[in-house]
Design a protein. Structure first.
Length: 529
């Protein structure tokens, strides 16, 4: 009886102790990784425990915000599937585990969180190359270079992000909309840089013409006139006003405005530019047959490429030394000088890629230096008030445009190599003027026509490299080159006034220059003492 009493006292204590020592299971958070649109099967109970060794099962599995979770009751696995378009992010869901104490049959639970990482979308390059989807010499060169660079960039996830992103988008376009690539590659192609040589050489010839005109004007004491045709001179000799004492000193100033439009070709971007500038100088006549002087000039260009493709602006400054001499009626004119300045460039690229609009304004800046020389021979023939002047002329220009790198292209920036040019221009022409005496002085209307040939040994190509190309592989784009034969026409008038003053104005135009139309207006004055 005593034993029963003791058991009855111990049993409640034992049961209370068992309840007190019963512990809940431990649910440990899980992690999983999958690719966009791909399901992943996750073992939820693999790392969950129960200190007393009681069996563990899943009681409940919650849902996810950015995907679906499938679970079959009684299973220890859950399957997560990310929603369409969900990528490069994480999603979560929770689950509850339960265990039943083997002694007390008490139910214990715990909750854990499953974090699923959904990888970024990985786009594989198209098996079709960009080059195979485009036409045109320049487009194929640029596309071929992009194909080479993109192969390495796409394979290397640590490569520069901007050009790699462009490569992925172009590869997608090559598969889905290859018909768009021609226009896009034309924008990417840096054809605009090919215009720098043309603008520079035209500016230099324009300054040489202004000085040549001044020499013509001083040959007979300021009684004749000269003018330029879009950078080429058509000197007018003859006509006389005032005395024959040949003023010793003279100063002059002229202003010009020109407009040039060049059509787009398979090799070069089309553009239109206006040029404004001034030329001023002073000279001295040492003998009736010898004159020498110095002139300075400034020209500003504002150029816009076709189709809102970008722009180029420049300021160029020149210094010219010149002399003219006469031997038995034959005039020889010589000049030499330099022109220097800078170019600010901008290329615009805009197109649709991967559902968004890509828009970049790619900027560049470079300096240019030119040296030039000119030799002209003419022989004026006077027939009373009419003066006819046949002439021949040769110009030489050597040019260097510094290498530079563009910025702001989001992958399409180019490193532009140094550009050099050695160009020869030959011309032959006939000018005519007619002197009409007035009470206030002499009026000299004039007209001139010349035939011109341009030639060079290195006008053709410019070398480029994509700044972010891991291989820094260069490619070259060629230009149309110079025009072998074209014509220049000018009409105008000069007025020789009293006390050493004279003024002039003229209009000139280029004829027969393929893909190019151009005109120029000049006004000026001179004073001799």
């Amino acid at each position: 009886m005593e034993i029963l009493k003791r058991v009855s006292l111990v049993l409640p204590i034992f049961l209370l102790s068992a309840f007190a020592e019963a512990t809940a299971p431990v649910a440990v958070d899980d992690n999983a990784t999958t690719d966009p649109g791909q399901s992943v099967k996750i073992e939820l109970l693999a790392n969950d425990t129960d200190a007393e060794g009681d069996p563990i099962s899943i009681q409940f599995v919650g849902g996810a915000d950015n995907g679906s979770v499938d679970w079959v009751e009684g299973s220890s696995f859950a399957t997560y599937t990310p929603n369409s378009g969900f990528a490069n992010d994480t999603d979560t869901f929770t689950y509850t585990i339960v265990s039943i104490d083997s002694i007390t049959e008490a139910t214990e639970t715990d909750i854990a969180t499953v974090t699923v990482t959904v990888n970024a979308i990985t786009e594989e390059p198209s098996s079709q190359t960009i080059e195979n989807e485009v036409t045109g010499t320049n487009n194929k060169k640029v596309a071929g270079q992009l194909d080479l660079a993109c192969d390495d960039l796409i394979a290397d996830e640590g490569s520069p992000k901007n050009l790699r992103d462009r490569c992925l988008a172009l590869a997608k376009l090559a598969e889905e909309s290859p018909e768009k690539l021609n226009d896009i590659l034309r924008m990417i192609s840096p054809e605009e840089m090919l215009a720098l040589k043309r603008v520079s050489s035209e500016s230099t010839r324009m300054q040489m013409d202004k000085v040549s005109h001044r020499m013509q004007q001083r040959k007979v004491g300021g009684s004749n006139v000269a003018f330029s045709l879009n950078g080429y001179d058509l000197p007018i000799n003859g006509g006389a006003a005032g005395d024959s004492s040949f003023p010793e000193y003279g100063v002059f100033a002229s202003a010009h405005y020109s407009d040039v439009e060049r059509d787009s070709t398979s090799l070069e971007a089309g553009y239109e530019y206006s040029a404004t500038g001034v030329t001023m100088g002073v000279d001295r006549r040492f003998t009736p047959a010898l004159l020498a002087g110095v002139a300075v000039g400034w020209t500003k260009h504002d150029l816009d490429y076709d189709g809102s493709g970008g722009s180029t602006n420049s300021d160029l400054y020149s210094v010219t030394l010149y002399t003219t001499s006469n031997w038995r009626g034959l005039n020889l004119d010589v000049q030499a000088g330099t022109e220097r300045g800078s170019f600010d460039t901008q290329r615009n690229i805009q197109y649709d890629e991967s559902g968004t609009t890509f828009d970049a304004k790619i900027k560049g800046n470079t300096d240019a230096a030119q040296y030039f020389a000119s030799l002209q021979a003419d022989y004026p023939i006077s027939l009373d008030a009419l003066s006819l002047t046949p002439y021949v002329r040769a110009d030489y220009i050597t040019m260097d445009i510094d290498a530079f790198e563009e910025t702001g292209g989001e992958g399409y920036e180019m490193a532009v190599d140094e550009q050099t040019l050695k160009q020869y221009t030959f011309k032959a022409g006939l000018d005519a003027s007619y002197a009409i005496s007035q009470d206030w002085g002499v009026l000299l209307p004039y007209v001139g026509l010349s035939v011109v040939n341009e030639t060079s040994n290195n006008y053709g190509s410019v070398s480029f490299v994509f700044v972010q190309d891991p291989n820094q592989q260069s490619f070259e784009l060629g230009s149309e080159g110079e025009e072998n034969l074209f014509y220049q026409l000018r009409v105008g008038s000069s007025a020789v006034l009293a006390r050493g003053w004279s003024v002039f104005g003229d209009y000139s135009q280029i004829l027969g220059y393929e893909n190019t139309t151009a005109f120029q207006v000049n006004v000026g004055l001179r004073y001799e003492l």
